[in-house]
Design a binder for this molecule. Structure first.
Ligand code: CP3
Length: 358
């Protein structure tokens, strides 16, 4: 038998959840990586037949609260595509339902609330979130981190503005008119509502990080409908509060919105290491607008996944070339995977990002 070798602790194999040296975490910190890390917003979901099979008899929110399903659905795209991260299968309205709001996710529509929140009395229906409200989330994240090993899990939450829009409008909205009317008409109520939502989102992020998530993303999907001035006056400090809830944990924070080209500097200032950029701006320009010190995430147009292979190949190459000029780059789409996307094309994009055509 060979003599036992005394292995220093620092050279032991990674333990489950040890993701500090993963491509995603390194790129988020602006450190060199062997390949650009890649994952896709909405990678877990309807583009996968194995997802549709699991979801056949379960509502979206039931699925989100069932650890067996959450674990399996989160792992599906990592197994299939070989992405560099898993995104936790959940929804931005899960913590709102957890504190007791009567909310559902209608297929093809989105989150719908029976009774919108529009008055001070309505605020009583929105208590603070505690870890006890979401013990199932802790369980799902714990199981996932063990199953994923060195592959990082990204936790997430909705930003106060985007959540407030669903609560005030009662569902998805094109113009966000009730939301803006309340913001400007009763700024005190607006700020109290958003402060409560910041507590809820911040706690939801912290629960995921405490259970082992390696990074978080704050989704302010609808912030792009705001003027720069309104974003600064009514929105940013609430998002900053939510992001600050996990600052001390040291995990990278990604801040993302759609149509936010004019807001990137303001959003970067809310406190994040990574700024998400949609498909409307080249990454290099997005990085400049964010102030020059952030890793960028993005930004292939999800519609280009339907284009001929040669077009897609060129587009992936262009995103990589632009991202290479930023302090760090995490490859993603400019918004979520569309449900009718061919999953084989997503796998191909991962291959292209990992072995770019010279
Ligand atoms: O793969 C992932 O990205 C992980 C899971 C995830 C979901 N929702 C699952 C989901 C994440 C990160 C979200 C965040 C989310 N939810 C956002 C922010 C991201 C974005 O798209 O800007 C928003 C705005 C929501 C609210 C929401 N939930 C919408 C607008 C919808 C779509 C409604 C529809 O059917 O078109 C949902 C439902 C939802 N969330 C689905 C999934 C997989 C589809 C549910 C189904 O399979 O029927």
């Amino acid at each position: 038998m060979p003599a036992a070798i005394d292995v220093p602790q620092s050279l032991t194999l990674p333990t489950p959840g040890d993701t500090a040296d993963s491509r995603l975490v390194r790129a988020a910190r602006g450190l060199p990586v062997d390949r650009t890390p890649v994952w896709f917003m909405r990678q877990a979901g309807r583009s996968l037949p194995e997802y549709r099979a699991l979801r056949a008899d379960v509502t979206m929110l039931e699925a989100c609260r069932t650890p067996d399903l959450v674990t399996e659905i989160t792992l599906q795209p990592v197994r299939r595509h070989g992405t560099d991260a898993a995104i936790f299968f959940s929804d931005i309205v899960v913590p709102l339902q957890a504190v007791g709001l009567d909310i559902e996710i209608r297929p093809g529509v989105g989150p719908v609330l029976t009774d919108p929140i529009r008055t001070r009395a309505d605020l009583d229906r929105l208590p603070e979130l505690t870890a006890e409200h979401v013990e199932d989330i802790t369980e799902s994240v714990t199981r996932l981190v063990a199953a994923l090993g060195g592959t990082p899990l990204i936790g997430f939450a909705g930003a106060p503005f985007t959540l407030a829009s669903y609560l005030i409008e009662g569902g998805p909205s094109r113009n966000h008119e009730q939301t803006k009317a309340l913001m400007h008409g009763d700024p005190e109520l607006w700020n109290d509502l958003c402060a409560r939502l910041a507590q809820i989102s911040g706690t939801f992020l912290k629960v995921q990080v405490d259970a082992g998530a390696s990074a978080v993303q704050l989704f302010d999907s609808w912030a792009g409908c705001l003027s720069h001035a309104d974003y600064l006056t009514y929105v940013r400090n609430h998002s900053a509060k939510a992001l600050a809830a996990v600052k001390g944990s040291g995990v990278p924070r990604i801040h993302f919105g759609v149509g936010t080209g004019e807001l990137l500097g303001a959003m970067a200032g809310a406190g994040c290491e990574v700024i998400g950029i949609d498909f409307r701006l080249p990454l290099q320009e997005g990085a400049r607008r964010a102030g020059g010190g952030h890793t960028v995430q993005g930004n292939l147009d999800p519609a280009l996944l339907f284009a001929p292979a040669s077009v897609l190949e060129r587009a992936v190459g262009d995103v990589l070339a632009s991202g290479a000029k930023a302090p760090g780059h995490i490859f993603n789409l400019g918004h979520g995977v569309l449900p009718t996307t061919d999953p084989g094309v997503l796998t191909r994009v991962v291959e292209l990002v990992h072995s770019p055509v010279e």
